[in-house]
Design a protein around this ligand. Structure first.
Ligand code: FBP
Length: 263
């Protein structure tokens, strides 16, 4: 099959917009991200189900052990590569789940982090090629975490480098590109432009105050992104449902920030 199937794409996007809840941080960052509530995947699943998220991002271990709690209710996105944050080596994220196994787990899309510009990039590109072509056998959408990183990338949110990362994702066949925020709407427009027909979603980043996060989201949407793939700014909040409802208003109702914060 050439390209992702419409069946899966239409599950991941509502009216062409996406609101993904990312919960791969347990592997990527470790316990430092968690408090007494959000360490529990069931807490995250509950947030996803109560609100209008269009996909839930898990590594395979959580997918295996918790999928029964949301199966059929919200699309599962399996992150097929990952690494912990302990060894400070050159950026490279090995494949930890095959596409075949992700499909067995019920994945409706797969995610892969590509550290663009890393000295180990050629190895990653080969892994990405395999993941991409295996996903195509099932028509599964491929979401690329396009994260420039490593000794040749002094600033991973520099607009030029984020735009380059997005272009790499388009060139390599990712259907959706998850990128970091460049700091303003104007530079983010260039990122969306470089993404061509790949769709752009923005990561949330470190938890910040709700207004700042909503303004960031308004900006990326106005710049042409189709939504967010957010983690900490939702589930580290004391009021995750309020944050989720505000995101829904911005993403699906095109609300201004002031209105979104009232809902
Ligand atoms: P956040 O919204 O919490 O930033 O999550 C987005 C994300 O891409 C996660 O999917 C991933 O675990 C994490 O950020 C990776 O962050 P980094 O590699 O920049 O520390």
């Amino acid at each position: 099959m050439v390209g992702a199937s419409e069946k899966y794409m239409s599950r991941l996007f509502r009216d062409g917009k996406a609101m993904f809840l990312a919960y791969d941080q347990g592997l990527e960052h470790g316990p430092k991200d968690f408090n007494d509530r959000n360490y529990d995947p069931c807490y995250i699943i509950d947030i996803a189900l109560k609100n209008k998220f269009t996909g839930l991002i898990f590594h395979k271990g959580l997918a295996e052990k918790y999928h029964e709690h949301f199966s059929g209710k919200i699309p599962l996105i399996v992150k097929v590569n990952g690494k912990d944050n302990i060894a400070k080596t050159e950026p490279f994220s090995p494949v930890v789940c095959s596409v075949d196994y992700a499909v067995k787990l019920g994945a409706e899309a797969v995610g892969y982090t590509l550290y663009v510009g890393s000295p180990l990039e050629s190895k990653a590109m080969e892994d990405f090629r395999r993941v991409h072509e295996e996903a195509r056998e099932y028509g599964l959408p491929v979401i690329g975490w396009m994260y420039p990183r490593g000794q040749y990338v002094p600033n991973d949110t520099d607009p030029t480098i984020v735009a380059y990362g997005a272009r790499v994702g388009l060139e390599l066949g990712a259907d959706v590109l998850k990128v970091k925020y460049t700091g303003n709407k104007e530079t983010f427009k260039r990122v969306v432009q470089m993404a061509g027909r790949s769709k752009v979603v923005c990561a949330g980043g470190l938890k910040t105050d709700a207004n700042t996060f909503m303004q960031q989201t308004r900006d990326i949407l106005d710049a042409g992104a189709c939504g967010v793939a957010v983690g900490r700014n939702v589930w580290q909040s004391d009021r995750p449902d309020k944050i989720a409802r505000a995101l829904e208003a911005l993403i699906f109702e095109n609300a201004p920030v002031s209105k979104a914060m009232e809902v």
